[in-house]
Design a protein around this ligand. Structure first.
Ligand SMILES: Nc1nc2c(ncn2[C@@H]2O[C@H](COP(=O)(O)OP(=O)(O)OP(=O)(O)O)[C@@H](O)[C@H]2O)c(=O)[nH]1
Ligand SMILES: [Mg+2]
Length: 462
């Protein structure tokens, strides 16, 4: 924990810039209360109790009233940052808010960097690093499931797991190092089996946590769902139907969509990043050809592929091969084959029974037929084979995943060293490396670069 007196006061507007009922300006650091008191007309804030709210006026150097405000005082260490903090609620006008901030800056308070309040909370031991990251995730969350995942992490559930792993590895290291002390006497690992079991168990637990990343990533970032198919299949119509607005241009001309079009869509708490693409066909048109290239690229990056086939038209052999090719290339990525324009298709109009394909669902976006089923199917397929419910702890950050993976590799190496009868000092090196990796998740071990990349994601004032 750092020395609270070392942090000079910083200030920032904590609410979005714009007109609103109230805006909040946050001031934190050593001497923060006294600095605010210097431009506050009302009770002497420097002598009030912690966690109290006071009505007063912010007055500038010329004695002019800047605004009527409420000042909430928090004394260290019982504040978000762990430092003396004042939250000033003022009228939510752009100029008023800016003037209050400027008055504070003239008192010798510095403007805060993005995320600096949360960074101080971390440096002052109020939050682990993974919890600080959860604060940013919570702010950026675009779906209820992403909010749930961030809240689990903010509660410290990930940190608890990491601390348990670390403790188990520390125990193992202690066993190894005890043996090292006796190495002169050529003592065999007395507790070799016990040590091995400890390491195998911890690796299994790390692997279980790692397995949640695939779901965690989808929950946090959204399911990249790519609509592909021939021109005129109804891809743009479906995108517009799902999001409920005319985001993409729809015409009866084949080749209408030229570029990929993205739209966020939430369904049942899960965010989908829908991507409409240019219809696939050979074309001499340079712009359309570039569009088709982009469709292929979007396909390669998809978390869910939705191939749309107009079932009012017969399926020719080349399209059939194309679908089979996409299915094969999709490999592990969930793939849905959807028949479109069900309203136009004839029940027994299939003139090519030998080319019949299994459709996951047939829909009409225009007539709203089976659209609810499609939504359910998309969600079900996206999270298929993923052991997940709302209370599951999910690893949602690639930084955490990388560290867990490296920790696991180091423990695996230690187990191999043990099996190969290597001396304890070899095991000890691997176990210490594993501990270091785990420590980077919660922030016991960190460096400036990691911190600045994490906190630069934050807004100013958080
Ligand atoms: N009857 C009927 N027509 C539809 C349906 N869905 C789309 N259409 C029509 O089919 C035509 C093409 O639709 P789009 O959504 O532009 O097709 P697209 O797949 O985006 O086409 P490109 O952008 O050219 O690749 C338009 O005239 C739509 O109104 C449907 O469910 N039923
Ligand atoms: Mg289109």
């Amino acid at each position: 924990m750092s020395d609270l007196t070392q942090h000079p006061p910083i200030a920032a507007i904590a609410t979005p810039i714009g007109e609103g009922g109230i805006a909040v300006i946050r001031v934190s650091g050593s001497g923060a209360v006294e600095k605010v008191a210097g431009c506050f007309r009302g009770k002497d804030l420097a002598s009030v109790d912690s966690h109290t709210v006071h009505f007063g006026r912010i007055i500038n150097n010329d004695g002019r009233i800047v605004d009527e405000v409420l000042a909430t005082v928090f004394r260290a260490p019982k504040s978000y940052t762990g430092e003396d903090t004042v939250e000033i609620s003022c009228h939510g006008g752009v100029l008023v808010t800016q003037s209050v901030l400027e008055t504070l800056l003239k008192q010798g308070v510095r403007s805060a960097e993005p995320g600096e309040f949360t960074q101080r909370a971390f440096l002052n031991g109020k939050l682990d690093l993974d919890q600080a990251e959860a604060v940013a995730d919570l702010i950026h969350a675009k779906s209820i499931k992403a909010v749930d995942a961030a809240n689990q992490q903010l509660e410290g559930r990930l940190g608890e797991h990491i601390k348990t792993f670390r403790q188990q590895i520390i125990d193992a290291t202690a066993m190894v190092e005890l043996e090292l002390d006796f190495i002169e006497e050529d003592v065999e690992f007395a507790n070799k089996d016990q040590l091995r079991k400890l390491l195998v168990d911890v690796n299994l637990e790390i692997a279980k946590l790692l397995d949640t990343y695939e779901t965690g990533r989808l929950v946090k970032d959204g399911v990249k769902s790519v609509f592909i198919g021939r021109p005129n299949a109804g891809k743009s119509t479906l995108l517009n139907t799902l999001i409920g607005s005319d985001r993409a241009i729809v015409t009866e001309i084949a080749g209408t969509t030229r570029d990929t079009i993205d739209a966020d869509w939430s369904y049942d708490g899960l965010l989908f990043k829908l991507i409409d693409t240019a219809g696939l066909r050979e074309t001499e048109d340079l712009i359309e050809a570039e569009g088709v290239k982009r469709s292929q690229k979007a396909f390669e990056q998809a978390d869910l592929v939705v191939y749309l086939k107009d079932i009012s038209l017969p399926m020719d052999l080349s399209e059939r091969n194309e679908i089979a090719g996409f299915q094969k290339r999709a490999d592990q990525t969930p793939f849905l084959l959807i028949g479109t324009k069900l309203d136009l298709s004839q029940p027994d109009g299939d003139k090519h029974p030998e080319e019949r394909l299994h459709f996951d669902l047939k829909i009409s976006a225009l007539e709203d037929e089976n659209i609810d089923q499609l939504k359910k199917l998309m969600k079900q397929r996206a999270l298929e084979n993923k052991d997940y419910d709302a209370s599951s702890l999910l690893v949602t950050s690639s930084r955490h995943r990388d560290a867990l993976q490296k920790a696991r590799e180091n423990v695996t190496r230690a187990i191999a060293a043990l099996d190969n009868g290597m001396t304890g000092d070899f095991l000890s090196i691997d176990l210490r490396a594993a501990l270091k990796e785990l420590g980077t998740i919660t922030g016991e071990i960190t460096n400036e670069d990691v911190l600045s990349s994490i906190f630069s994601r934050f807004c100013i004032g958080k």
